[in-house]
Design a protein around this ligand. Structure first.
Ligand SMILES: [Zn+2]
Length: 275
């Protein structure tokens, strides 16, 4: 699943091209995504200038004067730049056509979304999908102390609490396992039992895991392609625990263990992450 580093990499890719350009056409070839693409959308944005390309959590926000297009890549989506005359591939469901550029939303599983928030309804941050999101990990408001406060009374396992997204956004399944390994915290530990010292370690580990992936342009996904069309591969090569069940821990050689928490796979080293 595209996670925050992939989405941010995509944002950086489109942000170098789209702002200031007139969107000549939005072609919707398949409106049946996670939610139906609004019927009026193509007409609303045609010949409108893209003002900005932002991100909130895993949502790409393509801003126009009248409103903001909210794009989510779902489980398997990618947004790539394609030559104007390239033949559309299977699962290329939406096209953004500019005078000298073209972007395609490719999403085999169609869990992605393309929605519209009219600015007459207030700032896009008030949209129901965005309003309850946790703090951005690179926001100065995200600190070891806020992490400790948010976990305080939670009996939930730390891995599950991190994934929920209401405390900090963007720590998806790969990054949660990797960050807990770097912080030497057992993923089954109750969130409320983490001391401030361990929250400080976890905070640093979350930031370093995400920024390592960001610097390499996103992580793993078989079907993930960044905005310029290059597949990302960081955690294919560098994962310490993710997808490494049975293989030796890179620190202590103990076989990496896989468990399932909240229906998601978790990977950890039983020795390095004993508690
Ligand atoms: Zn180990």
């Amino acid at each position: 699943m595209p996670e925050l580093p992939e989405v941010e990499t995509t944002r950086r890719g489109i942000a170098t091209v789209m702002p200031g350009k007139v969107l000549r056409a939005l072609l919707v070839h398949e409106p049946r995504m996670r939610w139906p693409i609004p019927e009026h959308l193509a007409q609303t944005v045609t010949n409108q200038v893209v003002q900005r390309c932002e991100r909130r959590g895993k949502y790409l926000l393509i801003g126009f004067n009248a409103g903001t297009m909210i794009v989510h890549l779902g489980m398997s989506g990618s947004l790539r730049r394609a030559p104007i005359n390239e033949i559309r591939r299977k699962h290329d469901h939406v096209e953004w056509i500019f005078d000298d550029a073209r972007f395609l939303l490719h999403d085999p599983r169609r869990f992605g979304a393309v929605l519209w928030h009219d600015h007459r309804n207030g700032p896009v941050q008030t949209h129901p999908l965005l309003a309850s999101l946790g703090v951005e990990p690179f926001d100065p408001g995200f600190t070891p102390l806020t992490l400790r406060q948010a976990f305080k009374d939670k009996k939930q396992a730390i891995k599950t609490a991190l994934l929920a997204g209401d405390i900090v956004v963007g720590v998806g399944n790969i990054y949660a396992s990797e960050a807990l390994f770097r912080a030497r915290i057992n993923p089954k530990t109750a969130a409320g039992r983490l001391s401030l010292t361990r929250c400080t370690r976890l905070h640093a580990a979350i930031l370093s895991t995400l920024s390592d992936a960001l610097h390499s342009g996103g992580s793993t996904l078989r079907d993930y392609v960044n905005a310029t069309g290059t597949p990302g591969s960081y955690f294919d090569i560098h994962a310490a625990v993710y997808n490494r069940a049975g293989q030796p821990c890179r620190v202590c050689q103990t076989p990496i263990k896989k468990i399932v928490q909240g229906q998601r796979a978790t990977y950890y080293c039983p020795k390095c992450q004993a508690r």
